[in-house]
Design a binder for this molecule. Structure first.
Ligand code: FAD
Length: 372
């Protein structure tokens, strides 16, 4: 139990979490590890975006112009990750899939290199640790990268976690902590002041004012031949004619190749998307051609108009809303879990952040900021 809770004499209240993606599971973990009896409701745990995600924890590589309010959330969550991972490992006894492997951003051609340099300048201005490296040094770091790439930057502090492995560890920890799982869809009767709505895109069914939309992404898991393992040792994020693509190495030697981004109504995988990933991925890491496909999927990112999550309390039911984590929900899970637990218990110390930081985050993530 965290030190700030040890002197509490209040009996922890029973809580309910709707949604067993990484956000819901980690929120349940923050509550259960502080002594709250918790019920988690989900007809199919870990079946949403968290199942598909690559799991890059990339506050520096993912930074984009005009996302000034998102950056502090990404950094705060990154700082909380090692603690969450360590506590989940201790409570579950299971592997967590967390790898502090660093990230390399690679530019395929001259225009991509200009993009990479501008991005690096922006990242430096934001105080992030980014080093533009020569292509000769790049090949020392990652011999499997194509010899013809135009530029690269090393981001030593951006890491990764395998969301499926971490989800399994969280479920194991929750079961050991006595959390009850109900494999069913939530009903309006489940809503209330001790409930956290963490159903990702599914939250809009209960709270139609939430401006959520699916942003689909194709993504694949590949097995690497033994003789070529490890194919790469860093997360490789590339730009190919301005299209993003990434290769994420897992601890077991396999890699993840992702991901497209589309906003049409086709939920099922697009052949064009898969083709694009293979073409751009192989251009940067030619050895991908030798790999075999173990899994291809399409996930729906819970998108919001300003790319910021939707975190706060519903005025009608008192339910805590925690959704809209969009492209960064795996990274934001550590922060989301603490915010959700803090809001449902009314104890802001749970966030581990100072009051001003919490107030600022909750102002920017207010679920009602779009409805007037
Ligand atoms: C292809 C792809 C790649 C990605 N890569 C990354 C990445 O590298 N790094 C990163 O940080 N983020 C990444 N993301 C984004 C990330 O996956 C999401 O932001 C994050 O998983 C959201 O987590 P969540 O728990 O809020 O939602 P979800 O994982 O979608 O979980 C929601 C859960 O709620 C349940 N549910 C839905 N409706 C109901 C209901 N009515 N009752 C009960 N339960 C319900 C669902 O069954 C599901 O299990 C990626 C996403 C995609 C699609």
């Amino acid at each position: 139990m965290p030190p700030e809770e040890r002197t509490s004499v209040v009996t922890p209240a029973a809580c309910c979490v709707i949604g067993a993606g990484l956000v819901g599971l980690a929120t349940a973990f923050e509550l259960a590890s502080r002594g709250h009896p918790v019920t988690v409701i989900d007809p199919e745990p870990m079946s949403g975006a968290s199942h598909h995600a690559a799991g890059m924890l990339a506050p520096a590589a993912e930074i984009q112009y005009g996302q000034d309010n998102l950056v502090p959330l990404m950094r705060a969550s990154m700082a909380l990750y090692p603690d969450l991972v360590q506590r989940v490992a201790a409570a579950s006894g299971c592997p967590t899939g967390y790898l502090t492997c660093g990230t390399i951003v690679v530019a395929a051609d001259g225009a991509d290199r200009r993009h990479l340099r501008e991005l690096a300048d922006f990242q430096h201005a934001a105080g992030m640790d980014v080093e533009v490296v020569t292509t000769r040094y790049l090949r020392q770091l990652e011999p499997a990268i194509a010899p013809v790439v135009a530029g690269a930057a090393l981001i030593p502090g951006d890491h990764q976690i395998d969301p499926r492995v971490f989800g399994a560890a969280l479920m194991c920890a929750l079961k050991k902590l006595g959390v009850r799982f109900e494999e069913r869809k939530a009903t309006p009767d489940d809503l209330g002041p001790k409930t956290v709505m963490a159903a990702g895109l599914g939250a809009a069914e209960y709270f139609p004012f939430l401006p959520l939309r699916p942003v689909w992404g194709e993504i694949m898991r590949l097995d690497v031949p033994d003789a070529m393992t490890p194919l790469v040792t860093h997360v490789i994020r590339g730009f190919v004619e301005d299209r993003p693509v990434y290769v994420v190495p897992r601890g077991n030697g396999s890699v993840v190749l992702g991901a497209t981004s589309r906003e049409n109504h086709r939920k099922w995988g697009s052949l064009g998307g898969v083709y694009q990933l293979l073409r751009d991925g192989i251009r940067l890491v030619p050895g991908l051609e030798e790999c075999s496909i173990s899994d291809i999927g399409t996930g729906g990112r819970p998108g919001t108009p300003d790319d910021l999550p939707l975190v706060g309390t519903d005025t009608a039911t008192g339910t805590v809303i925690s959704t809209g984590y969009f492209r960064h929900g795996i990274l934001l899970t550590a922060l989301a879990a603490r915010l959700g637990a803090a809001l449902v218990t009314g104890d802001r110390h749970v966030t581990g952040l100072d009051d001003r930081a919490v107030e600022s985050i909750l102002t920017h993530t207010d679920p009602y900021r779009w409805s007037n």
